[in-house]
Ligand binder design. Structure first.
Ligand code: AHR
Length: 504
């Protein structure tokens, strides 16, 4: 039988809430329709933001929202998205579906959305096709509290006070859609552009995010850190605070992604195998980062991650709209456990993307909204936000799979906050329940306070607008306990969360 030993006395790194962040791009129906419907819409909204979606995002405690891209960021000119809406420029979104972008959602709307969600802001600047002056003026527009041309423009547009920009990304995927740069070219451009991301509010400095790699190849990371690291003294908000990593799961590769809701047993294991590749991705780049920065002053921001399948039939191929099944729930559970375990280096992560795009947590159709299985996993895992990772060790769990797609049958992570221990477990087997003994290394007896599960009778199940509750978080009672031991039976293909506290 598998055994999980938890050492509550051995507290490790803090799991930053931002590890549970989200990404929203001007792509398909993520922003327009998905989050922003405009003040005049019949869909209930506050200042144009869908009330149902904002409420659902608050429920999973979205800590940070990245915007406006993605590839869109390096083509976005922020001045197109301010001022009277009727006067805003209309243009074609060349990256995503060739549709008209009317810029009705811009800086003011993004800040209002974050205010309603109650999350931190992460604005991604345009290095690929924008100028240093444009980027610098955007930062001035958003954050300068004084008399200056951009601050006056902001006030004229109705916002007297500056906003808080928590994170600022200097370009996106600049090795690809963000300008096809070599690492040396980007690293030098990064040095120049970030200089003008001015810290106008010394009490609330902006954390700068450099564009990192999107593959396991560490060449980009090495050149970037060689060029920029020396200038990032400890916690100084110097040249670089975070480096991004992007990691998507394409089950059969870019040209054979497969359908979101139809997959074989082999496809199940292949997808989970690739999701587990996140660990290698982090470890590889961490090995390089450790050479420059052994004290881990620079964090990783995995600011795009998730499953990328074929679009749903009949939808615009440029909109990347896909459904979400129990398979997505497992990928979310596995990935978030990996992030927790690497919380000494991974300081932020953003699921791609929040609504209606890729592994979304929410899907909308007109006034209807459904929460996907991934939303339910985010809800289970919300207790890890801001908690301390605990030392935990899993033994005796077998490896399962088909052909080359061999995976550990169980994954886990454990954290503690305010005396309550949160344990998140994944059973990757398509067929077999797993018995797990959980043993607490200290002497106190424990009691389970709350337990839940996300699974379904068929792993292809998903939530539709007619049947929105097929896959959801439900109370879990497959455990029994005595003293400092718990016995848990994890149903096949499930994500389980247990909240445990000490008992006299
Ligand atoms: O999330 C979709 C796209 O994937 C983003 O725009 C880009 O950064 C990545 O390649």
């Amino acid at each position: 039988m598998a055994r999980l030993v938890i050492d509550t006395a051995n507290k490790k790194s803090r799991i930053e809430p931002e590890v549970y962040g989200h990404f929203s791009e001007h792509l398909g129906r993520c922003i327009y329709d998905g989050m922003y419907v405009g003040e005049k819409s019949d869909i209930p909204n506050v200042n144009g933001m869908r009330t149902d979606v904002v409420e659902a995002l608050k429920e999973i405690r979205v800590p940070v929202l990245r915007w406006p891209g993605g590839c869109f960021a390096d083509e976005y000119h922020w001045k197109d998205g301010i001022g009277e809406k009727s006067g805003r420029k209309k243009l074609v979104n060349t990256h995503w579906g060739g549709v008209i972008e009317d810029n009705s959602f811009g800086t003011h709307e993004y800040m209002e959305l974050c205010r309603q969600i109650g999350c931190k802001t992460y604005v991604n600047g345009n290095l690929g096709s924008g100028t240093v002056q444009e980027m610098s003026e955007w930062v001035e527009y958003m954050t300068f509290n004084g008399v200056s041309p951009m601050a006056e423009l902001r006030k004229k547009n109705g916002h007297e006070e500056p906003w808080r920009v928590d994170y600022f990304g200097v370009g996106n995927e600049n090795w690809g859609c963000g300008g096809n740069m070599t690492p040396a070219h980007y690293a030098n451009e990064y040095r120049r552009y970030q200089t003008y991301v001015r810290q106008y509010d010394k009490d609330r400095p902006i954390a700068k995010v450099a564009c990192g790699p999107g593959t396991e190849d560490t060449y980009w990371t090495r050149v970037l850190l060689e060029t920029c690291y020396d200038h990032a003294p400890a916690n100084s908000h110097g040249m670089m605070d975070l480096m991004s990593l992007h990691y998507y799961v394409f089950p059969g590769g870019w040209d054979d992604k497969g359908a979101a809701t139809q997959f074989t047993e082999e496809g199940w294991y292949q997808t989970l195998f690739k999701a587990l590749g996140m660990e290698q991705m982090i470890r590889g780049h961490e090995a390089v980062a450790d050479q420059f920065d052994p004290e881990k002053k620079i964090g990783f921001a995995v600011d795009e991650w998730g499953n990328w399948f074929d679009v749903e039939k009949g939808t615009n191929p440029g909109f990347l709209y896909q459904q979400s099944t129990v398979r997505d729930a497992l990928v979310a559970g596995i990935t978030l456990n990996i992030f927790n375990k690497h919380s000494d280096r991974v300081k932020m992560a953003c699921l791609a993307q929040t609504v209606n795009v890729l592994q979304a947590v929410i899907l909308t159709e007109g006034e209807k909204m459904v929460k996907t299985p991934t939303w339910h996993v985010m809800h289970q895992y919300r207790y890890h936000q801001g908690a301390k990772l605990l030392e935990s060790s899993l033994t005796g769990a077998e490896t399962i799979g088909i052909g080359e797609w061999q995976v550990p049958v169980l994954t886990e992570s454990v954290s503690e906050k305010d005396g309550v221990v949160t344990i998140t477990l994944n059973n990757l087997s398509l067929t077999d329940a797993q018995d797990l003994e959980i043993l607490f290394a200290d002497d106190s007896a424990v009691t389970v306070k709350e337990a839940s599960i996300v699974t379904s009778s068929d792993v292809h199940d998903h939530n539709t607008f007619d049947t929105p509750d097929t896959v959801k978080e439900e109370a879990f009672n497959g455990y029994s306990g005595e003293g400092r031991k718990l016995a848990v039976k994890l149903p096949r293909a499930s994500v389980v969360m247990l909240r445990v506290e000490g008992k006299e």
